[in-house]
Design a binder for this molecule. Structure first.
Ligand code: GLU
Length: 306
C-alpha cells in the first residue's frame, strides 16, 4: 500500500559547474546536508552540467574537491546531468504525447520582457499551433502550455506559505531550448524524481522556479518534494552573492573559517573555539541544528568584502 507521506528523507545539492563554489553556495550545501543528516536521511550530489556554453573547464572537479574539503560527503555516486539525455528525451516525449508542449521559434525581441512566451508568442499563435513550428526551418524551442487555472501552493520551510498563480500570468516556459539544450526546469524535475528526492533545500533566488517545477511534476505524474528555500546571501551593498557578480571563490584551504561563516549566516549557534577541525565543526552544527533560527530574509555576508 502506498502512503500519502514522504518516505525516508533524501536531500540533494545540485550545483552547476559554471564556476567555483562561493559562500552562498556553501550555505545551500550546508543547510541541505544538515537537514538530511539531522533527519537520518541521505544526501545526494548532482552536477548540473547541461549548459556547456556557461560551464567553466575544471569547475565540476573543483566543486567536488571543495565539498570534500568542507567535510560535506555525499551518499551514492554523483549524478551527472550531461549523461541523462535519454531520461530528458523520454520526459519530453511524455509531455508531448499528452499535448502539453508547443513549438515556438519566436526571437527574444518578439517575446515579452521576461523572455517568456507571452504577448509576442500568443499573438503569433504558437501555442494554438501546438507541436508544429510556424517556421520549420528555423530553430525552435519547446514550451509547456501552462494551464490557465494552474496555481502552485506549498508550505516552504523558511519562506512560509507560497501561492503562485502561474496560469494567470501565461508564461509558457521553455523545456527544450532553441539551441537544442534541455532547460534547467525540465532536467531538475526529471532528476529530482529519478533520485527519489523528498526534500529540496536551496537558495531563495530559485523560489520562482519552484512553481514551474511543481507544474512539471504534476504533468509528468511525479510526487512533489517538500521545498525549503534558504535566505540569499548578499554583500554589504545588498547584492546577491553569485558566480555572475564574481563572488569570491571559497578558499578550499580555509574550510573551518568558511563553515563558521556559513553557520553564522544560517543563524546557528557559534561553535566553541576548540572545535577547530571540519569534523568537529560539522558535529557541533549537527548536534545544535536549529532550523527555526534560519532567517527568511537575505543575510549580509560578513565574509564578503565587495
Ligand atoms: N543548478 C542550480 C544552480 O546551481 C541549482 C538547482 C537546484 O538546486 O534546484 O543554481
Amino acid at each position: 500500500m502506498s502512503t500519502a507521506g514522504h518516505s525516508a528523507y533524501r536531500g540533494r545539492f545540485a550545483p552547476s559547474p559554471t564556476g567555483p563554489l562561493h559562500l552562498g553556495s556553501l550555505l545551500a550545501a550546508l543547510a541541505s546536508w544538515l537537514e538530511a543528516r539531522h533527519a537520518g536521511g541521505r544526501w545526494l550530489l548532482r552536477i548540473e552540467d547541461i549548459d556547456p556554453p556557461r560551464e567553466q573547464a575544471g569547475a565540476a572537479d573543483a566543486i567536488l574537491h571543495c565539498l570534500q574539503r568542507h567535510g560535506l560527503h555525499w551518499d551514492d555516486s554523483v549524478l551527472w546531468q550531461s549523461q541523462r539525455s535519454a531520461a530528458y528525451d523520454s520526459a519530453l516525449a511524455a509531455l508531448q504525447a499528452d499535448g502539453h508542449l508547443f513549438a515556438c521559434a519566436c526571437s527574444r525581441r518578439e517575446l515579452g520582457p521576461m523572455g517568456d512566451c507571452r504577448r509576442g508568442c500568443h499573438q503569433r499563435g504558437c501555442r494554438q499551433r501546438g507541436g508544429a513550428p510556424e517556421r520549420p526551418a528555423s530553430p525552435y524551442a519547446l514550451r509547456v502550455a501552462v494551464p490557465a487555472t494552474f496555481s502552485a501552493h506549498w508550505q516552504d520551510t523558511w519562506q512560509g506559505m507560497q501561492d503562485w498563480p502561474l496560469g494567470a500570468t501565461l508564461h509558457d516556459f521553455v523545456v527544450r531550448r532553441k539551441d537544442g539544450l534541455y532547460a534547467y526546469q525540465l532536467a531538475v524535475v526529471v532528476d529530482d524524481a529519478a533520485q527519489g528526492i523528498t526534500d529540496v533545500v536551496r537558495g531563495a533566488d530559485l523560489i520562482d522556479s519552484t512553481p514551474r517545477q511543481r507544474l512539471l511534476q504534476q504533468l509528468l505524474g511525479y510526487a512533489s518534494p517538500r521545498y525549503a528555500h534558504i535566505p540569499v546571501l548578499t554583500d554589504r551593498s545588498g547584492q546577491k552573492l553569485s558566480k555572475q557578480n564574481l563572488a569570491p571563490a571559497l578558499e578550499a584551504t580555509a574550510p573551518a573559517h568558511n563553515l563558521r561563516a556559513a553557520l553564522a549566516a544560517l543563524g546557528q549557534a557559534t561553535p566553541p573555539a576548540h572545535a577547530s577541525s571540519v569534523e568537529a565543526l560539522l558535529a557541533f552544527a549537527l548536534a545544535h541544528w536549529e532550523p527555526a533560527a534560519v532567517p527568511a530574509q537575505p543575510v549580509v555576508s560578513a565574509a564578503a568584502t565587495h
